[in-house]
Design a protein around this ligand. Structure first.
Ligand SMILES: NC(=O)c1ccc[n+]([C@@H]2O[C@H](COP(=O)([O-])OP(=O)(O)OC[C@H]3O[C@@H](n4cnc5c(N)ncnc54)[C@H](O)[C@@H]3O)[C@@H](O)[C@H]2O)c1
Length: 334
């Protein structure tokens, strides 16, 4: 099997690359990544130097970066995206560019240079908008409510349109909130773990009662692999961990895990347009034989341990530009 993994230096993409390289040492893997502030070469250290691994520094929005990599590729797995909602509120430019134009560029290049290739495209549960009751099935209408989720919805609707119009060979995956090793320390769980380790306040939006449907990153990788093996081309698949928790409970668990006083949790002004709840019905994926491997609390303990043991990985990421963003975004809130 020959894979092109776009955005493979980021959080889920690098976990997926390492997972596939371990499980299928004979598969050829090319990672194409722009290395934005979240894309880290060091996330791929485990696979660098392998005979069948190649890293290419490039941009999915540039046809000339994508097209030469395509001949002979069986699957393109597109993780490449601008992903942090808070930053999309500050400026949505890069989000619209990569999450919409980038997807278009990949598909056009595939149509010309790898007509036999298939695309596994990463969308998100956020495209449904907030789900106050029930669990979203794949046929629910899309109702994104922030610039990140709107860009992701735009990208995946283009994929759907190509499936419908051009008989384009693609599967769309909509995972819920991932957590685990190598997640950039601005997302909720790694931010709270690393702030707690640095004895800084843990800024929790609003009343902290928002609900997320947590999915351990390795379970997401297993699901994506299963979609390549058994998924139906042209279909959409939710990937939900089924582990709904209020943010405040997760924050308290992190404090408990690290022996930090819960008073470190500081309720701050909510972010605009904050979705109250996400919840997915993953029955379609379950019918292929997928299920999350361990309970949320166990995986959270493992994740906390990873950040405790890998200070050298996250500490440098919280300096420079990150500090400036943090000051601008949380400055008045804290
Ligand atoms: N993290 C989650 O909880 C979650 C949940 C659902 C869906 N998703 C989706 O999964 C995918 C991966 O998410 P993540 O959390 O790993 O994101 P991430 O931000 O950690 O990684 C994204 C990667 O894409 C790269 N990239 C950005 N723009 C690029 C461009 N123009 N060309 C090439 N590479 C580019 C970045 O350098 C980075 O390595 C995204 O599509 C995201 O929307 C994530």
């Amino acid at each position: 099997m020959n894979l092109l993994i776009t955005g493979g230096a980021g959080f889920i993409g690098s976990n997926f690359t390492r997972y596939i390289a371990r499980k299928h040492p004979d598969w050829k893997i090319i990672v194409l990544d722009k290395l934005n502030y979240r894309g880290r070469r060091e996330n791929l250290l485990e696979v660098e130097g392998r005979l069948k691994f190649h890293f290419i520094h490039g941009d999915i929005c540039i046809e000339g970066d994508v097209a030469p990599l395509l001949p002979g590729i069986d699957w393109v797995i597109n993780f490449a995206a601008e992903t942090f909602v808070d930053r999309s509120i500050m400026s949505a430019n890069d989000f619209v560019r990569t999450d919409v134009l980038g997807v278009f560029t990949i598909m056009e290049a595939m149509r010309e240079h790898s007509p036999e290739g298939r695309l596994l495209h990463l969308s998100t549960d956020e495209v449904y908008g907030e789900i106050l009751k029930g669990k979203a099935g794949e046929d629910w209408p899309l109702a994104p409510r922030n610039p990140y989720s709107a860009s992701k919805a735009g990208g995946e609707m283009l994929v759907s349109s190509y499936i419908n119009t051009h008989n384009f060979a693609a599967i769309i995956a909509r995972p819920s909130n991932n957590f685990g090793p190598h997640q950039f320390p601005e997302n909720f769980i790694p931010l709270f773990i690393t702030n707690a380790l640095e004895k800084k306040p843990l800024p929790l939006y609003g009343d902290g009662r928002q609900v997320r449907d947590w999915l351990f990153v390795e379970d997401c990788c297993v699901a994506l692999e299963m979609l390549m093996e058994k998924g139906e081309l042209g279909e959409v698949y939710n990937i939900g961990g089924g582990e709904e928790r209020e943010n405040i409970l997760v924050a308290e668990l992190i404090c408990q895990e690290l022996g930090v006083d819960k008073k470190a949790i500081k309720l701050v002004k909510d972010r605009p347009g904050h979705d109250r709840r996400y919840a997915l019905d993953s029955g379609r994926l379950a019918s292929l034989g997928w299920a999350p491997s361990k309970p949320f609390e166990e995986r959270l303990t493992e994740t906390v341990r990873w950040y405790v043991e890998n200070v050298d990985w996250w500490k440098p990421l919280k300096s420079g530009e990150y500090k400036e963003f943090y000051r601008q975004w949380y400055g008045e809130r804290l």
